[in-house]
Design a protein around this ligand. Structure first.
Ligand code: DC
Length: 222
């Protein structure tokens, strides 16, 4: 019997991390944030003052670094970098490792290895397509660009910033384009995934909906 893997793919800002973390807790599985793996490569490259456009340098970093996911937190060479990888400078730099095929190959290998040793709810862009094509339970979590921009504006306002809605919307559309046009590991809905739209729904509503489906697919009964 293969170990349970629940995949959640979808665009930036659809609520994947919050939903995946909560769903993992309800199902008693571990949460794996795969965006954090690409972010960790970017963080290390920035700290080591490496050229982000040098794919060989990024591959070397990815090969040498020790990456761990423990109880939903990400460790880089033994340091908990879960919060550090969310820094805006890392967010601006992460497209370089995410677009580097050599880095992707290593990250995919690492993500699969995690799924081999423990049951997980994993979220990213390519989890149900390239990384775990045989997963028994796959979701595609979506939200309209306008809804995602609204949430992002609210998040920034809570941090004391005064963002312009149209600028935020343009950034979201640009990120969607980059994510879906990437040659390796592009964002797309797996054919066998259940599509969930989070427009106008709370995290709890979305998690309730997904929990029911996941319990049926994995035959986990409470
Ligand atoms: O979900 P996030 O914002 O933490 O993702 C960071 C970047 O990594 C983003 O550019 C998309 C990319 N990514 C990816 O290419 N494949 C994944 N499985 C997860 C994230």
């Amino acid at each position: 019997m293969p170990i349970d893997v629940v995949t959640i793919d979808g665009p930036a800002g659809a609520g994947k991390s919050s939903v995946a973390r909560a769903l993992a807790q309800r199902l008693g599985l571990e949460f794996l944030n795969t965006g954090a793996t690409y972010r960790a490569v970017a963080l290390k490259a920035l700290r080591d003052k490496r050229d982000l456009e040098d794919e060989d340098a990024l591959v070397e970093i990815a090969r040498k670094m020790k990456l761990e996911s423990i109880e939903g937190r990400t460790y880089l060479d033994g340091e908990d970098v879960t919060d550090a990888v969310r820094d805006p400078i890392v967010s601006r730099s992460v497209r370089y490792p995410a677009n580097a095929p050599g880095v992707r190959a290593l990250m995919v290998q690492w993500q699969r290895a995690v799924g081999l040793v423990k049951p997980i709810v994993t979220e990213g862009r390519d989890q149900g397509t390239a990384v775990f094509p045989d997963a028994r339970c796959k979701f595609y979590l979506d939200a309209s660009p306008e809804e995602r921009a609204k949430r992002r504006v609210h998040e920034l306002q809570l941090r004391g910033e005064s963002p312009n809605f149209n600028d935020v919307l343009a950034q979201i559309n640009e990120r969607d384009k980059l994510d879906s046009e990437r040659a390796v590991g592009p964002l797309c809905q797996p054919a066998d995934a259940v599509r969930v739209n989070s427009d106008g729904k709370s995290i709890d509503d979305v998690v309730n909906e997904m929990e029911k489906i996941a319990r049926q697919k994995l035959a986990i009964f409470s």
